[in-house]
Design a protein. Structure first.
Length: 204
């Protein structure tokens, strides 16, 4: 009999976006309460006296990764696409959109790498936060704006969230034995997307 199990952990965040080329209501700035469900697969640990004995992974540990990375970046943020010239000009006046994205991604990479190093060395974990240099000059007190290189649909957001969480989980305890296998992202109670990180065979 298999000793492998699949576990799910859910968190919710609030954030805003718009889909600039949408011909209907999604082109207006609006917000959602997003539900994020991370699915992980791995062997059930058998180690007497270990805190995670009998578990694939402690639910609390997945929650911490989701909160430190996904909630840290997205919660109460407004997501702006690089191609959204109207909002890019509003939030980052006088700046080249591609440069804004490059700076943001580079800062995010640094923070994620520091987070992974802290994980590997058992140091205190510090939630990822948005680069202060990118907070709008029009509101230096700090609006939380997330500039991204993609159109912020629920599909693309699920993909981004998968990439971020997968990167952290691979560097954590038993990261080579436990896989993140799916991110399910609900945009509304009735609409959700699965992003499994691997190629899906669609209709031919
Ligand atoms: Zn929407």
């Amino acid at each position: 009999m298999s000793n492998t199990a699949i576990v799910h952990r859910e968190i919710s965040i609030d954030c805003g976006h718009r889909v600039p080329d949408h011909t209907s209501k999604c082109r207006s700035p609006h917000g959602h309460r997003y539900r994020i469900i991370a699915t992980c697969c791995g062997e059930i640990l058998e180690k007497d006296g270990h805190s995670e004995d009998g578990m694939v992974i402690d639910f609390g540990r997945i929650k911490q990764f989701m909160m430190d990375v996904l909630d840290g970046i997205y919660d109460h943020a407004f997501i702006v696409s690089q191609r959204d010239t109207v909002l890019m000009n509003m939030y980052f006046p006088g700046q080249v959109p591609a440069d804004v994205i490059t700076r943001y991604d580079s800062e995010l990479d640094n923070q994620l790498e520091n987070y992974c190093l802290a994980l590997e060395h058992g140091h205190e974990l510090k939630a990822v936060s948005l680069p202060m240099t990118l907070i709008s000059a029009q509101d230096p007190a700090g609006m939380k704006i997330v500039p991204v290189g993609y159109t912020p649909t629920v599909e693309n957001m699920a993909k981004h969230m998968f990439d971020l969480l997968d990167r952290v989980m691979r560097r954590s305890f038993r990261g080579d034995e436990i896989s993140l296998t799916n991110i399910r992202l609900y945009e509304t109670p009735n609409c959700s997307v699965d992003y499994p990180g691997t190629q899906i065979t669609g209709p031919s």
